[in-house]
Design a protein around this ligand. Structure first.
Ligand SMILES: Nc1ncnc2c1ncn2[C@@H]1O[C@H](COP(=O)(O)OP(=O)(O)O)[C@@H](O)[C@H]1O
Ligand SMILES: [Mg+2]
Length: 295
């Protein structure tokens, strides 16, 4: 069983931005969902765990090894799919995987061949192996990203916002691929999309402003809100009023009308109905409660 233990991790960039603020958590094998809005610090956390940048303070322990003082300990066991991959060279997907395998130190030629072939199959890219990656669709590119991340049998896999920009079918396919991988290794999946986490991750954390605000099992976290989420359909003109009066955690347009979700322990007002909380309720109420009180 792999174990990643992060304690009091902080990162302040040279320009003064505090991207990570005293982050602590411990995870073992399985999918860990890191959910948070843009700017929450997800990519900063992932780059720090991947030893691409040093934390300002704090410790990261992977399988009893301190990887802040000894970054090579993580590089040997890491598969990383960054949020932005940059430019792909104009060679075939298969050849590119071979090159990356060499860079990852898989020195046996037959071993490389076996791994590249198995990964092309697993990511459903085998029939496209002769094409250059820059000609791939978004979904194919992300699956290629997973293939390169999996070379060398990593024990810790980090995928940073991998579903952004994928259409629903590509997204499904990609998430299924991840869940197949996630049983015997640690997979950290960062996303701002609630559904990515809901169906796949037994353990998750919500990040905001550099902090872990909430952590747990999605179903358990959702249960804690039963009876505290209310909904009402209002007119657009009244929205400002409701926002001032109640803890409005989300609003959505339903056939031209505005439906609001309110967090409250008892009926907020006549006309509100309780609703079954979902993970979105958890996410938005957590972010809402984390906001500084406006005066
Ligand atoms: N290299 C960097 N230098 C300075 N500030 C950065 C750098 N990378 C990220 N930031 C800032 O740190 C904060 C967190 O960013 P990031 O980790 O990219 O969050 P997320 O991935 O959740 O969107 C943001 O305010 C961002 O502008
Ligand atoms: Mg990011």
């Amino acid at each position: 069983m792999n174990r990643l233990h992060i304690q009091n991790l902080s990162k302040t960039y040279p320009n003064g931005v505090k991207a990570l603020d005293n982050v602590s958590f411990t995870i073992t094998n399985g999918m860990f969902g890191l959910l948070g809005p843009n700017g929450a610090g997800k990519s900063s956390l992932m780059r720090t765990i991947a030893a691409l940048q040093e934390p300002t303070s704090g410790t990261i322990i992977f399988n009893d090894k301190n990887i802040v003082s000894n970054p090579q300990e993580i590089r040997n066991h890491l598969g990383y799919l960054p949020q932005e991959f940059g430019v792909y060279p104009k060679i075939s997907a298969q050849n590119l995987l071979h090159h990356i395998a060499v860079l990852k130190g898989i020195s046996s030629k037959s071993e490389r061949k076996d791994q590249v072939e198995a990964l092309l199959q697993q990511t459903n890219l085998y029939q496209h192996r002769k094409k250059a990656v820059h000609t791939f669709s978004g979904g194919m590119r992300q699956r290629f990203g997973v293939a390169q991340a999996l070379l060398g049998n990593p024990q810790l896999i980090i995928v940073d916002e991998p579903t952004a920009g994928l259409d629903p079918e590509e997204r499904n396919r990609f998430l299924n691929l991840l869940s197949e991988i996630g049983e015997n290794v640690i997979v950290i999946l960062s996303t701002h999309i609630v559904e990515d986490v809901r169906d796949l991750c037994a353990n998750m954390a919500i990040m905001g402003e550099g902090k872990i605000i909430k952590q747990g099992n999605p179903i358990e976290l959702t249960k804690t809100l039963v009876g505290n989420v209310w909904t009402k359909t209002i007119t657009k003109e009244d929205l400002q009023f409701y926002k001032e009066q109640f803890n409005v955690i989300s609003t959505r347009l339903v056939s031209g009308k505005t439906q609001i979700q309110v967090f409250a322990e008892t009926t907020p007002e006549k006309g509100f109905e309780t609703m079954k909380p979902d993970l979105e309720s958890v996410y938005f109420s957590t972010l809402f409660n984390n906001q500084p009180i406006k005066s």
